[in-house]
Design a protein around this ligand. Structure first.
Ligand code: APR
Ligand code: PHB
Length: 395
């Protein structure tokens, strides 16, 4: 096979890139390791920044999203039994969108198939050759046969466990957090209009949602926690404790748990995000802890930069934007890493250290929570980063 851009991975990064290139008349082939069904059913996060929605709307990928989304103009920080609203729109002039990542991926796959351009499922890439030459080759397996895809460039959008990151000699910066998230999807109506980020002595909790009927909830648990140790009643009891407040009228609505899982929290950045004709984007290049709800949005921001650079290269042969790709993306990546780390260390109970260490840490967290919920300047910083800095925000 021969194409202009070989795209590895049919996640948000790969599929949005494929569409941006399609609109500019640039050929591509998307190779996805999993089946369509698997990719469309994979439950992930669900918060879209203002800029992400604006880009998806601009390129015609937001029809169902705009119809079915929930729009939030604020969020709540809950501690010591009292909720404090952060007025995102009032402070940062923009709002966030709640729309499940797997719903977006369904829309992106439908849009790709509607273009008639190639999207191969169950087609894992297994390696590369000639990445530092003019015609890199992707080796992949499809229908039991080893095959080759020749291209001008390769976009490694195959996530953290893909083959692209390994093929890219790079420096890795990482931080692991001493806790994880137990996440559930519940057939229960959301118990509040907006997201609730709860700081509690027993650990962090998050009340999020997908639709007016489906709630998404998370609990901080130890990194090696066994899901079997959390029967439904224990999950609901712990959520009620950590999301509890001094307002007797507020109740956390329960319901059947449809899906559950434990997710590690870590920060990882790969520098540079390029090796020869291989360009990394999304989770293939960086992982953020979920606390800031940034993973998907950062993936879309990367491919927006890559698509513009590729279009310029194909239209007038200029390489400057391609050469600047990694540095341009990394500015935003580190801004988002800092915000996600800050939200994570602010809201989680750190199990490390002795009693004194722990007590000192708790008082620092409380002081930060009191500051961000009383100072307009501090709340604006949170709001500005949470709704997302403009797509063209660079140094
Ligand atoms: N060959 C082809 N496809 C592959 C390979 C491979 N060797 N390895 C992995 N893939 C596929 C995965 O099956 C997945 O569908 O690459 C895709 C990567 O998609 P994501 O993991 O969703 O990553 P990305 O598109 O960068 O989106 C980042 O996804 O994981 C969330 O929290 C994350 O929200 C963030 C977003
Ligand atoms: C989610 O809805 O899954 C979600 C929301 C906010 C986060 C993380 C995940 O910070």
């Amino acid at each position: 096979m021969r194409t202009q851009v070989a795209i590895l991975g049919a996640g948000p990064a790969g599929l949005v890139l494929a569409h941006l290139l399609h609109l500019r008349g640039i050929d591509s082939v998307v190779l996805e390791r999993q089946t369509r069904e698997h990719v469309e059913r994979r439950i992930r996060a669900g918060v879209l920044e203002h800029g992400t929605v604006a880009l998806l709307r601009e390129v015609g990928l937001a029809d169902r999203l705009l119809r079915e989304r929930m729009v939030h103009h604020g969020l709540e920080l809950l501690f010591d039994g009292t909720g404090h609203r952060i007025d995102l729109t009032g402070l940062a002039g923009r709002e966030i969108t709640i729309y499940g990542q797997h719903e977006l991926v369904k829309d992106l796959i439908a849009a790709r198939l509607a273009t008639g351009r190639p999207l191969l499922f169950s087609a894992p890439a297994v390696g590369f050759s000639n990445l530092d030459g003019a015609t890199p080759v992707v080796h992949f397996v499809h229908e039991g046969r080893e095959r080759e895809l020749r291209a001008d460039l390769v976009a490694g959008c195959d996530g953290f466990h893909g083959v692209s990151r390994e093929a890219c000699p790079a420096e890795t910066f990482s931080r692991d957090y001493p806790y994880a998230w137990l996440g559930v999807l519940a057939d229960a109506p959301p118990s509040s209009e907006e997201l609730i980020y709860a700081y509690h002595d027993r650990g962090f909790a998050l009340h999020s949602m997908r639709t007016p009927k489906i709630t998404r909830l998370y609990l901080q648990v130890p990194p090696d926690e066994d899901l079997a140790a959390w029967p439904d009643e224990r999950i609901w009891a712990e959520l009620r404790t950590r999301l509890g407040r001094d307002d007797p009228g507020w109740q956390l609505a329960g319901g059947p748990i449809l899906e559950r899982g434990i997710t590690a929290l870590r920060s990882v950045v790969t520098e540079p995000m390029r090796y020869g004709r291989l360009f990394l984007a999304g989770d293939a290049a960086h992982i953020v802890p979920a606390t800031g709800a940034k993973g998907l949005n950062l993936a879309v921001a990367d491919v927006a930069v890559l698509a513009t650079a590729l279009a310029q290269w194909y239209s007038d042969g200029r390489e400057d934007l391609l050469d600047a790709y990694s540095a341009t993306c990394l500015t935003r990546v580190w801004r988002v890493q800092h915000f996600s780390w800050w939200m994570t260390q602010l809201l989680h109970r750190d199990p490390r250290g002795g009693a004194d260490e722990h007590a000192f840490g708790q008082r620092l967290q409380r002081s930060q929570l009191e500051y961000v919920t009383t100072s307009t300047a501090a709340a604006r910083t949170l709001a500005e980063n949470y709704v997302g800095l403009p797509m063209d925000w660079i140094r």
